[in-house]
Design a protein around this ligand. Sequence first.
Ligand code: FAD
Length: 513
Amino acid sequence: MKSQSVILGLMPLLAIARVPTDSVFTSSAAFAQSGARACNQLASVYPNDVFLPPSDTFRAESTAIYSDTCILSPSCVFEPSSAASLGSAIKIIKAARSRFAVRSGGHMPVPGAQSVQSGVMISLSKLNTRSLNADKTIASIGPGQVWADVYTWLARYGLAVNGGRYGTVGVGGLLVGGGISYFSSTKGWGCDTIVGYEVVLADGSVIEARANGRYADLFWALHGGHNNFGIVTRFDTKTFPVTSAYIGGAAWDGSDVSFQAEFISAFESYMAPGGGVDDPNVAISAIIGLTPSSGFKQLTSIQFAPGTDAKPVAFENFTALNAPIIQALPDAVLPWTTLPILLEQLGERGSRQIYSSVSFYPDPRAIRIANETVVELAVPVLSRIANSSIALTYQPVSKDWLKASKASGNNVLDLDPELGTFIAGLVTITWSNAADDAIINILTERIIRTIELRTRALGLYYPFIYLNDASPAQKPFRTYGGGRSLPKLQAIRAKYDPDRFLEYFLGHGFSLE
Ligand SMILES: Cc1cc2nc3c(=O)[nH]c(=O)nc-3n(C[C@H](O)[C@H](O)[C@H](O)COP(=O)(O)OP(=O)(O)OC[C@H]3O[C@@H](n4cnc5c(N)ncnc54)[C@H](O)[C@@H]3O)c2cc1C
């Protein structure tokens, strides 16, 4: 149970809905009143779908969140069982002028993105439908599911979709934020394979957005525009046949300095022209993890290649690595769903987390700058912070991926394949004490800013902040399409949410400002 002071201590950090200051909502008492009003009205219409504290369901739903920094105290939890009931609820919440938040898998480590302090938390848990069209080329999936559910179901048909790499992540947040998948080098971002959305708009209406027709602009905006346009109640996404995949890699003990150099050099070879990154059939994440208080270093490579090749040449530099193994991945051809399900254990809840995103070209100098900057800046700070650790994940975004993305139509991220392959770097910090939140936020910003400055100085900075990996302080939309996407998104918002209800009352990870 979180103490009141811990919860209040979070308030300055919240990326909560930006309620206009000239409104009646100028005090927490007013927030509490409007939240209670919305909850009472919802409970009178949907008595079986509204949960109040201290019920077990309220507690379970309001804490089903990955990072403890994001666990707040909503006035109630509402679990709609259909798009229509969600639409009616939006009208009630709007009339009550209550703040609200929408949670799918609860994995975005941005406070205020999926829960709310005094307001309605909408849990999408019951919107968990799944179906295939007649020829099984399109899967329709509800946002109340995590990827492990979807993949396990599709595996029965020998199919996959372009979703998340970790089984516990939610369908909803990942797809409205873009989506890095195991199949991205052939399919693009997760959102690129979506052909239709069922969406509840700001006025509570339920519409279908497709590439053509009345809502074509909204269809584009939902391809990476986050929750700024409505709540998606169904994603229609293309399927493709996959049964097995090579799954390999390991987490090695990285305390030996020469092994660290070998690991980095294996990754550099992978990223070099003609290296593994040029094979569109494979995916890799290379992770450098550090626990500064003990000096413990863990080097991890997660390798995936759909098909039956048990020794993909793309990974040969990693296969040759030799150091004590902390945890081995199978190094075998297995049902492809094995990896996302196996990685569920790495997505454990119960600590405080912050993610942040920084991108750079795959030049060995940039790869090293990122690693050295993390070590240089994090060690002095985190060695004094209880239960803290930091990880730098290199996520290659190949030219093939960007081409596949362009070929599938346009998305909000709008990256130019001609700029070539880059690395979407992800810096993750884990800690346990709310009193350390502020210092961790400052450290995160310093690390990202320093990597940016140092890679920029060499012409190696890639101006892209990936929303799904961004920190609360980052502004991903400003980097999309070289800055061209944001004004278009704002114009589309003005059309579908003219009184800016979603902007002001819905909690976002990232708004369009
Ligand atoms: C362990 C872990 C592994 C990850 N792996 C990957 C990965 O492989 N690839 C990748 O791209 N990212 C990955 N991420 C990042 C992840 O995609 C984002 O954090 C994403 O937002 C999580 O989605 P969620 O539904 O679980 O989160 P939530 O916190 O429930 O939602 C995130 C945001 O999306 C909004 N949202 C959710 N559902 C909907 C909906 N139906 N309609 C409108 N808005 C909605 C919410 O309001 C919230 O603001 C990972 C994160 C973690 C913690």
